[in-house]
Ligand binder design. Structure first.
Ligand SMILES: [Zn+2]
Length: 317
């Protein structure tokens, strides 16, 4: 199971010289070894560093910083890459926009502590991140085919070999679109989550309503895409018995309220007019809960707002 989306064409962002040069410099470092190290300084180009295991996510994030990573607490002037959910990357730990938003939602919506039993389906981030998560929680990374995101546990989400009510949090980002039988997966996730537990779910939301891809769609790690989800996913989650909120940013909420589209240049894979229209006309706007104001969205890199959505699905009890 491979969650990353690399299919997207690059948007046309407002490039900064810094954003263009830094990734190229890291590549040069890897290729040139000692010469690169002398040019760029110690640490540049090394394997991504994980979060500090001594600093759990239930502690407040440090103040200040034009850019702050919600995963590893790195602070600096700007994330690498353009403002895009997949392409804006923390220079320290490699977290992209959706990784940072998922962890922001986790800290906002779940009463965190070392007692939590956490499962993460095919996490994008590697060993340093997983080691930190393991130090903070009873944490297991899972994967089905163990190809591109090999995990601690091999689990088929359509038939999870775990007992009922044994998990407090499931983090599931960009996996569900690769599963044929979505109802079976949601039923299984609901079954293994304990009362009061949370499923924090992210999928690519490129259009207003769910449909299969019009043409065969395969991500770079050869995993086929079975579904292009829309805002009606909320209803399916509620049918499984979850209490559901759709978490987003104030920038998105303001665009839905005003009817104005503030994004002049949009990533071409997102049908923004259709998304905004569906929010307004189907009642999906009532499901939206703002978890990041404009200042937080800028600081943590949750822009543009139409690209940042997480479903918080709580098990009653
Ligand atoms: Zn980071």
């Amino acid at each position: 199971m491979g969650p990353t989306r690399r299919r997207a064409r690059r948007p046309q962002p407002r490039w900064s010289l810094r954003a263009r040069v830094r990734p190229a410099a890291r590549t040069a470092y890897r290729r040139l070894g000692d010469l690169g190290r002398r040019l760029l300084g110690p640490g540049a180009g090394a394997a991504p560093a994980g979060p500090d295991p001594e600093t759990p996510p239930w502690l407040p994030l440090p103040p200040g910083g034009a850019a702050t990573c919600t995963v590893c607490r790195w602070q600096g002037d700007a994330f690498d890459g353009p403002a895009h959910v997949e392409l804006s990357v923390c220079p320290r730990c490699g977290a992209n926009g959706r990784d940072r938003f998922l962890h922001w939602c986790l800290a906002r919506r779940v009463d965190l502590g070392p007692h939590l039993r956490v499962i993460e389906c095919s996490p994008r981030l590697g060993p340093a991140y997983r080691a930190a998560m393991t130090s903070w929680f009873f944490y297991r990374a899972t994967d089905h085919d163990q190809r591109s995101h090999a995990g601690h546990l091999r689990l088929d989400l359509q038939a999870i070999e775990l007992p009922d009510d044994c998990v407090d949090v499931v983090l599931c980002s960009h996996v569900l679109e690769h599963v044929r039988d979505v109802d079976k997966v949601l039923s299984e996730l609901r079954r293994v989550l304990a009362p009061g537990g949370h499923l924090l779910l992210q999928v690519p939301v490129l259009q207003g309503r769910t449909s299969p891809p019009a043409a065969p769609e395969v991500h770079a790690d050869a995993t086929p895409v079975h579904w292009r989800f829309g805002l009606d996913l909320t209803g399916r989650l509620r049918e499984e018995g979850f209490a559901v909120d759709l978490l987003g940013t104030e920038e998105l909420a303001a665009a839905i309220r005003s009817g104005d589209d503030p994004w002049g240049v949009r990533a071409p894979e997102f049908d923004v007019p259709d998304l905004l229209r569906t929010f307004r006309t189907t009642g999906a706007a009532d499901d939206l809960v703002v978890v990041a104001d404009d200042a937080a969205a800028r600081r943590f890199g949750f822009v543009p707002g139409y690209q940042f959505l997480t479903w918080d699905c709580r098990v009653p009890g």
